[in-house]
Design a protein around this ligand. Structure first.
Ligand SMILES: C[S@@+](CC[C@H](N)C(=O)[O-])C[C@H]1O[C@@H](n2cnc3c(N)ncnc32)[C@H](O)[C@@H]1O
Length: 285
């Protein structure tokens, strides 16, 4: 496929500086599917088709995705406002939307330092333009892949933003289900956990089919089969393993909607009554 075959979207001046070959509008991407489900505009027809296929299998997908995003916001607010965390390494950032990690963290702690990592070039294009934080703090972003944690940990930008001798909140929200069992998801997370000192946190959320009584796994994962990353939902036990050796903060690993709900936050009803995602936060002893 040549650049000109890729359609006008990929040649939009907005994407200047990004090698066109890296943005393929014909293959659905997790970041763009998520963006569409959140009501964003940074997605292509292939992403919208995959997202609609998901909604067909799981009618509560849109509400569940919003509930997932709200969990991330509450957990980051807790970290910055209550746990005194000032450094955030957010891997699998997603396309910027409302309530991004740095906005929430720097609202509570203006000097907070936030480093974003994503492997989707579109996230980088929008991220560089939109993820500018409080001047008192530091916000930066790199394109890298979670499957190469050593590259993330040694990246000069990451090391400029994050001081690995002080506690760090490692955020893996909605990303681990894009790492297959063959790609050693637990080993990857352990490498990140080993790189940060005592007092650091792991914020992790993950798609599950534990509540999907009458949905077949292959029907749920199918919309991602032709995407840039396959989908691996995991059980609560399997998600819990990511936190091994660290102390879960109350209320532990729970459905995202029940993690420290904010009485002032509007809770919309999710069709089926479950968000199909677990969320948890743990601290390194
Ligand atoms: C569902 S979005 C989650 C966005 C945000 N963290 C949230 O929870 O709202 C998943 C993000 O992970 C990114 N991603 C998926 N696999 C990745 C990988 N192997 N390395 C880095 N980023 C990845 C996708 O590009 C996408 O932006």
């Amino acid at each position: 496929m040549t650049d000109s075959d890729r359609g006008t979207d990929a040649r939009d001046p907005e994407y200047a500086g990004v090698p066109v070959s890296k943005i393929n509008p014909y293959i659905p991407h997790p970041a763009r599917i998520y963006d569409y489900l959140l009501g964003g505009k940074d997605n292509f027809a292939a992403d919208r088709e995959a997202a609609e296929a998901l909604v067909k299998v799981s009618p509560g997908t849109r509400e569940g995705v919003r509930a997932h995003r709200a969990f991330l916001g509450r957990a980051v607010r807790y970290l910055a406002a209550e746990a005194g965390v000032t450094q955030f390494l957010d891997i699998g950032t997603g396309i910027p939307t409302r309530d991004n990690t740095h906005t929430i963290a720097q609202e509570a702690a203006p000097g907070a330092r936030v480093a974003y990592v994503d492997n989707d070039p579109i996230v980088l294009v929008h991220g560089r333009a939109l993820l500018t934080g409080d001047p008192a703090g530091t916000t930066d972003m790199i394109e890298a892949d979670l499957r190469q944690p050593e590259k993330i940990l040694s990246d000069p930008t990451i090391r400029r933003v994050i001081d690995f001798t002080r506690p760090v909140a490692v955020i893996l929200a909605g990303i681990m289900h894009f790492i297959t069992d063959e790609e050693d998801p637990y080993g990857l997370v352990e490498q990140l956990k080993a790189a940060v000192p005592s007092g650091s946190h792991l914020l992790l959320s993950h798609i599950t089919l534990d509540f999907a009584d009458d949905v077949r796994r292959e029907d749920f994962t199918k919309p991602y089969d032709n995407s840039s990353a396959a989908m691996t939902p995991r059980t609560r036990e399997e998600v819990l393993r990511f936190f091994a050796g660290w102390e879960l903060v109350d209320p532990g690993l729970v459905e995202v909607v029940t993690w420290r709900p904010d009485p002032d936050e509007y809770q919309e009803r999710i069709p089926g009554d479950h968000a199909w995602a677990y969320g948890g936060l743990a601290v390194k002893p």
